[in-house]
Design a protein around this ligand. Sequence first.
Ligand SMILES: NC(=O)c1ccc[n+]([C@@H]2O[C@H](COP(=O)([O-])OP(=O)(O)OC[C@H]3O[C@@H](n4cnc5c(N)ncnc54)[C@H](OP(=O)(O)O)[C@@H]3O)[C@@H](O)[C@H]2O)c1
Length: 365
Amino acid sequence: MAYSTITNLDTAAAQKHSHELRARLLSSSSDRYVTGPSGAGNGERVLVLGGTGYIGRALVPELARRGYRPAVLARDASVKDEVEFADAEVVAGDPTRTKDVEHSVAMAPTAVVISLLSGRRPNDAEECRSVDYDAVVNGIKASVANDVQQFIQISDFGAYRPELIPQVYKLQVEGELMGQHHGALPWTIVRPTAYYPYLSMTFGDVKNGLPYRIFDHGEYNVVNPIAREDLAEFITNQVLAPDAYGRVLPVGGPWAADNVVTLKDAGQMMFDITGREAEWDVVPMSTWDKKIARLTRIGKISKKVAPVAYYLEAAKYWSVVDHVAPAYGTRTLREFMEKLKDREFPTGSFRERMKNGTAVMPTDI
Ligand SMILES: NC(=O)c1ccc[n+]([C@@H]2O[C@H](COP(=O)([O-])OP(=O)(O)OC[C@H]3O[C@@H](n4cnc5c(N)ncnc54)[C@H](OP(=O)(O)O)[C@@H]3O)[C@@H](O)[C@H]2O)c1
């Protein structure tokens, strides 16, 4: 597995590119998608694999509201008691077990299968293989065997430049759907940009008085992240929609000043919202690169160090690769951060925060 190989960044040129790209987005409108619900169900069963995660908790209720009959394959069937699953059929089982997936598709006529599956530890290569690839292929094979009318794969906008382990598997699944490797199956691929919790991961640190870390000027890339409610509506629009078959649909949030950001812009938002004077922890990219190189070398002989090297690489990836896609929705990153304003966040060392990642972010907003 090749890790990130992004090197030789031209610092000044990258910053200029980010400024120009952001200005271009803010002075034009994205007209590829029309925001708003389109299409409604008539009780068709839609099975969501990975439906117990962050996006699933918005998608499952949206499917029910729009007239579909959502079903979720859940490792922890007690989610049935949670409000997001009140109108869903919860099937107990593990998506990494072929038989569980077959059963969840075959137990009732299933019109559509949607996969939101992704390993919860993106730095664990084995888990990524087992969830982002094997479990998704379980879903594809069961869909082929049971004449499912559409398989919707929630991929990742980053698959256009796959550097991180899950993105490589996402791209592999995309190719296998397009090439019909597992049999005839109508497909739709959705490639969302980043979700709000990822851009807000350090909100708690800023709220707790810590500086915000940027590489050099902090403006190597631009992203238009998307709210999960908007993404849920967008995905539901694709269900059994004739125009969606055989299409790869990149999607991000609105091209608005409060939603099109460099990482420094995201940090500035956190300072604005918490009422703090901006305080930057500026790390030279060259220093970070040396750290990555050293830990990657050690990681080749130490299983413990390899995931740490990966974290550093992932931090760099998210700081340098543009994630700009056609816009859908109305919600903005600033609105999301406003909702975080009054929450308490745990303090902790950098190492602990790296380990927890987005797990420290609330899942109820
Ligand atoms: N995060 C981003 O910014 C971003 C951007 C673009 C695309 N995406 C993609 O969008 C999709 C949805 O993201 P999300 O944030 O909703 O993901 P998430 O919250 O991490 O949820 C992942 C789902 O996969 C299941 N899963 C994880 N590990 C598993 C394992 N070992 N065995 C069986 N099931 C397992 C989880 O089940 P449990 O609840 O039982 O753990 C959960 O249902 C993913 O494919 C993700 O890669 C994410």
